[in-house]
Design a protein around this ligand. Structure first.
Ligand code: GTQ
Length: 348
């Protein structure tokens, strides 16, 4: 049989047979097999799309007036991909949302089955408490809130504090496993987080950790200042045309920092154009610095500071830095870790 042989249709089946199947809550697979599992490439509804921070920011600030924290719990604008028919997801598997919290506010303690990661966009003086650990939020920092861990956000500084949330909510919803519970206010310690102490530098571990079972989350915060510096140094030893990209990993295992999503920082050198590998993963990008464009399967998305880009699975991706003088920096979130764990990830 050839790959393209047409399969039987519903219309060919006798009405009484279809009626009998209905009565048993069963369906024939062959008429819909090709739509369930298309041949050659998956059907993708997600569109390559860019959200502009300049347009979203005023709407986010207005949410601050319209939705007091007591009525919001989390004041978030969800990025809803125009291909996903109103679903509040950036790609089929990645939830992205801008969250805002105002001076003196507290987003109450809770926990949930979806994992969350925050990438800080603007403001100073806010922090997230995760399981009693205080994690300072500064622009570009990546902060982990893994599944089922207690977390609350608070802002003692001035001006609005804004960050991008990435959650694996779409997978949790598909698995009918998304739920959360409220908690009482955390008492957080004033201790420095692990990125400033036990995991201050790659290649070094506290001696007492040798031979111990690795912690699932040895580090909750990855300060941007360190990552930016590391990218500039990596660039010195990376051939032109090859991505200057650093993965956020658990320093005790060397593996991706979260089970479902991968996070990485990407530097585009002045004038650089980079072809990314074609993979089965879907991707989100947050622009931290610079301006440029991303071409995904031929569609061009221009971007600048704090814009967000979503790209469907199986896309040909090219990133271009528009500046001939300044580098551009982006944070990437992708669903490669979950695909890898489920055994179907592909790089072509
Ligand atoms: O900060 O815990 O964007 O619970 C959506 C749901 C953020 C959070 C979101 C959440 C959170």
């Amino acid at each position: 049989m050839t790959a393209s042989a047409p399969l039987g249709t519903l219309a060919e089946l006798p009405a009484d047979y279809l009626h009998a199947l209905d009565g048993q809550h069963a369906k024939p697979a062959w008429p819909s097999l090709r739509s369930l599992i298309p041949q050659g490439a998956p059907e993708r509804r997600t569109l390559a799309h860019r959200w502009t921070y300049r347009d979203l920011r005023p709407l986010l600030l207005r949410a601050g007036e319209l939705a007091p924290m007591e009525r919001a719990e989390r004041r978030v604008l969800m990025l809803s991909n125009p291909g996903l028919e109103g679903k509040p997801f950036a790609t089929a598997s990645i939830f992205l949302g801008f969250q805002v919290i105002l001076p003196g506010e507290r987003a109450p303690n809770h926990r949930h089955s979806p994992s969350a990661v925050r990438i800080i966009v603007e403001g100073e003086g806010a922090y997230t408490n995760v399981q009693g650990q205080r994690l300072e939020m500064r622009r570009g920092d990546v902060i982990l809130t893994p599944a089922h861990l207690w977390h609350e956000h608070a802002h003692d500084g001035e001006g609005p504090m804004i960050w991008l949330d990435a959650l694996d909510v779409p997978l949790m919803v598909a698995m009918e496993a998304a739920y959360g519970s409220p908690g009482s206010v955390q008492t957080s310690s004033q201790r420095l987080d692990a990125s400033q102490t036990r995991h201050r530098r790659g290649g070094l571990l506290p001696y007492e950790r040798l031979g111990r079972r690795a912690q699932d989350y040895a580090q909750f915060r990855y300060p941007w200042a360190e990552v930016r510096e590391a990218l500039l140094d990596l660039a010195k030893d990376t051939p032109t045309g090859q991505a200057v990209q650093l993965a956020y990993v658990n320093p005790e295992t060397g593996l991706e920092c979260m089970p479902t999503f991968g996070f990485s920082a990407l530097m585009l050198r002045p004038g650089e154009e980079i072809d990314m590998p074609l993979t089965s993963a879907s991707t989100g990008l947050l622009v931290l610095e610079g301006s440029g464009r991303t071409v995904a399967d031929g569609k061009t998305l221009t971007w600048e500071d704090s814009d967000v880009v979503a790209i469907p699975t199986h896309s040909r991706i090219r990133h271009c830095n528009a500046s001939a003088r300044q580098p551009a920096f982006l944070i990437q979130v992708d669903d490669a870790p979950m695909q890898r764990k489920l055994g179907f990830y592909q790089q072509f």
